[in-house]
Design a protein around this ligand. Structure first.
Ligand SMILES: Nc1nc2c(c(=O)[nH]1)N[C@H]1C(S)=C(S)[C@@H](COP(=O)(O)O)O[C@H]1N2
Ligand SMILES: [Mo]
Length: 322
């Protein structure tokens, strides 16, 4: 069949939305149709825009659904989440989806090192087949007081910890994003201490909620969401959920994240969601739900208190909520 991505199908977008992002959305609709088998064999398709290869992990989705992770609200539609992102490597505003397509996700080696039995480098396509994938419906609360829900696929962080075999002296895990200002123009912005870094304690990493994301919406995770591997820590503010991870190190010293490095009075290591602890410049009591635009009360630990509050017993002196 013939299918021109330049000829917009009537259902896709209105003329007013005919932006580069909209063209990108059409392509995603095409890929979704492929996933559903509507368009037919991949070989019959026009070569993908930008000369990309078909994703070598597409066969892993949809992944088995883990029914323990349900939501109390609707899922955010894919195209809303896919067009409202924080990915400062591609710009300091939300409409970076198009720019983020410049992220080259293959080859993608991940270095695993620091205090482990034996440091090693593993290709993403190898790693993703070592650990069974599952799908979980998660909430996500940005420190900027907006929230989304999303069907992530991936595996628990603790499964990666088991693979890495950390030494007993490991206290934290430090995650690092790629560093390539040519591929990610935002990294040429010297106001930010690139690469993006984040960290968790070993205890947090062992909590079942801590999740490494490889997919979303029943397919490999989109570039703007942090392909091919990003973290999801749904009880913490969104900036902890680092995207496009290249390096995972087991360390003794508490990692300093990019936001904490810039603005330690506003962003800390723990960053647990708490409606009663205001950001220095705004309240955290409410959140704007991305797909409805409604404001709803924010919940302590973003609604995951039952699962995570035990992690923080006896840490009363720490700034747990910023
Ligand atoms: N490498 C990297 N990871 C990142 C960010 C970023 O700018 N760079 N932004 C963070 C913030 S503030 C949020 S809210 C989430 C946004 O995830 P999403 O765009 O998939 O919704 O990614 C987090 N991870
Ligand atoms: Mo965020």
């Amino acid at each position: 069949m013939t299918f021109s991505i330049h000829r917009r199908p009537s259902w896709a977008i209105s003329e007013a939305q005919a932006t580069p992002e909209a063209a990108f959305l059409n392509r995603r609709a095409l890929l979704a149709a492929m996933g559903l088998g509507i368009v037919g064999a991949a070989s019959a398709l026009p070569s993908p825009v930008r000369g990309e290869e078909a994703d070598p992990t597409a066969d892993l989705y949809p992944a088995r659904k883990n029914e323990a992770y349900k939501l109390d609200r609707d899922l955010t539609p894919e195209k809303i989440n896919a067009n409202y992102n924080n990915f400062y490597e591609y710009g300091t505003y939300k409409e970076i989806a198009e720019a983020a397509q410049a992220l080259k996700t293959r080859p993608w080696d991940i270095e695993i090192g620091g205090l482990v039995e034996q440091p090693f480098t593993i290709g993403f396509d190898d790693l993703v087949r070592r650990i069974p994938l599952e799908t979980r419906l998660y909430r996500h609360r940005c420190v900027e007081a907006w929230s989304m829900t999303i069907p992530w696929s991936g595996f628990p962080l603790k499964a990666l910890v088991a693979l890495a075999k950390p030494q007993a002296s490991a206290t934290y895990i430090r995650f690092e994003t790629f560093l390539d200002p040519e591929m990610a123009p935002g990294q040429a912005n010297f106001l930010y201490p690139w690469p993006y870094v984040e960290g968790v304690t070993m205890a947090e990493a062992g909590n079942d909620l801590a999740f490494l994301v490889t997919g979303a919406y029943d397919k490999p995770v989109a570039k703007q969401h942090g392909a091919p591997l990003r973290l999801a820590l749904p009880w913490k503010y969104g900036f902890k959920s680092i995207k496009s991870i290249r390096k995972i190190e087991f360390v003794e010293e508490r990692p300093v994240g990019l936001w904490e490095a810039i603005q330690p009075q506003e962003y800390g290591f723990w960053a647990n969601v708490n409606p009663e602890v205001s950001h220095p410049r705004w309240s955290q009591a409410m959140e704007r739900v991305l797909h409805t635009g409604e404001y709803v009360p924010t919940l302590i630990y973003n609604g995951y208190g039952d699962q995570v509050e035990g992690l923080y017993a006896g840490l009363g002196d720490e700034k747990l909520f910023m």
